[in-house]
Design a protein around this ligand. Structure first.
Ligand SMILES: Nc1ncnc2c1ncn2[C@@H]1O[C@H](COP(=O)(O)OP(=O)(O)OP(=O)(O)O)[C@@H](O)[C@H]1O
Ligand SMILES: [Mg+2]
Length: 262
């Protein structure tokens, strides 16, 4: 008899024994975990480990080869408005001349202009979310005039405006300086607490996230480990995951993984 608690499978994310890959090549196998409402999970792992592909699986953009995936108790499906997604490689440059507030509005109705939300309600929603990400002061600016950190805040606002229960952020901290990264992390962390949004944030550097995340999902070598940072980012867990001796050195409250690509 199993002593595991019976899952209702209605969590933001439920995966059991999942395998995915491309053209016969397995990227991840036996992936089993759940993510609860309001949880902040960092997704880590070396290039090619399958982090982006995992998000695409949850978005219904690819299918798994084995196992079971549920998002809020349903099979993943494209266009699920319950999920907010900020992709890894964004070409905000295409929106160079667009005003910040209009870019955020795209999150309500995609890249379509014209009838959608009534304009007063739309304006109120945009104002509220801009305030939430502290971007009110440049609401009227063109996106092209803004810094990387300011654009990231808009990107977050664009994701949040549709009020998702699950937010997938693929490397939102790339190209940000320490202060910029810290600001995004603080915003996301507050969001998990206030809106009870579950967040999966992909990154290559756990350190700025250490004080904020509930758990870490670490992908490597076709396998994964999940748990609080103090149990996952350890010599023991990572050496098993990579099937290779790994050292974790701690200094000044930071963790440094030695011996492998991270
Ligand atoms: N559409 C595709 N067709 C074939 N192979 C793919 C496809 N998409 C991704 N892959 C392969 O799957 C593996 C995992 O890719 P993925 O983009 O998920 O990695 P990642 O962990 O996000 O890496 P990075 O840190 O570089 O962003 C890579 O080896 C990649 O080449
Ligand atoms: Mg990726």
């Amino acid at each position: 008899m199993s002593l595991e608690p019976v899952s209702q499978r209605t969590q933001p994310v439920f995966l059991r024994n999942v395998r995915f890959g491309f053209g016969g090549r397995v990227i991840q196998d036996e992936m089993t975990f759940t993510i609860e409402d309001g949880e902040f999970v960092a997704v880590l792992g070396p290039n090619g480990a399958g982090k982006t592909t995992l998000l695409k699986l949850l978005l219904g953009l690819i299918r798994c080869e084995a196992g079971e995936v549920m998002v809020f108790g349903r099979k993943p499906r494209r266009g699920n408005s319950g999920i907010g997604y900020a992709p890894q490689f964004r070409t905000l440059d295409a929106n160079f001349a667009v005003r910040a507030r209009d870019l955020v509005g795209f999150g309500l109705d995609g890249h379509r202009f014209g009838p959608g939300f009534p304009s007063r309600k739309r304006r109120k929603l945009i104002d509220e979310v801009l305030e939430e990400v502290h971007a009110t002061e440049y609401a009227e600016a063109s996106v092209g005039e803004l810094s990387g950190g300011e654009r990231q805040r808009l990107s977050l606002a664009q994701v949040l405006i549709a009020n998702p229960g699950l937010v997938l952020l693929d490397e939102p901290l790339t190209n940000l300086d320490i202060a910029g990264a810290q600001e995004i992390i603080t915003l996301v962390s507050r969001l998990c607490a206030s809106r009870k949004v579950a967040v999966m944030l992909v990154t290559h550097d756990i350190n700025p996230l250490l004080p904020h995340v509930d758990r870490v999902l670490y992908l490597a070598n076709g396998r994964c480990a999940i748990g609080p940072p103090q149990t996952v980012i350890t010599r023991e867990t990572l050496s098993v995951l990579y099937n290779h001796p790994v050292e974790v050195v701690e200094a000044m409250g930071k963790k440094f993984v030695l011996g492998v690509e991270t």
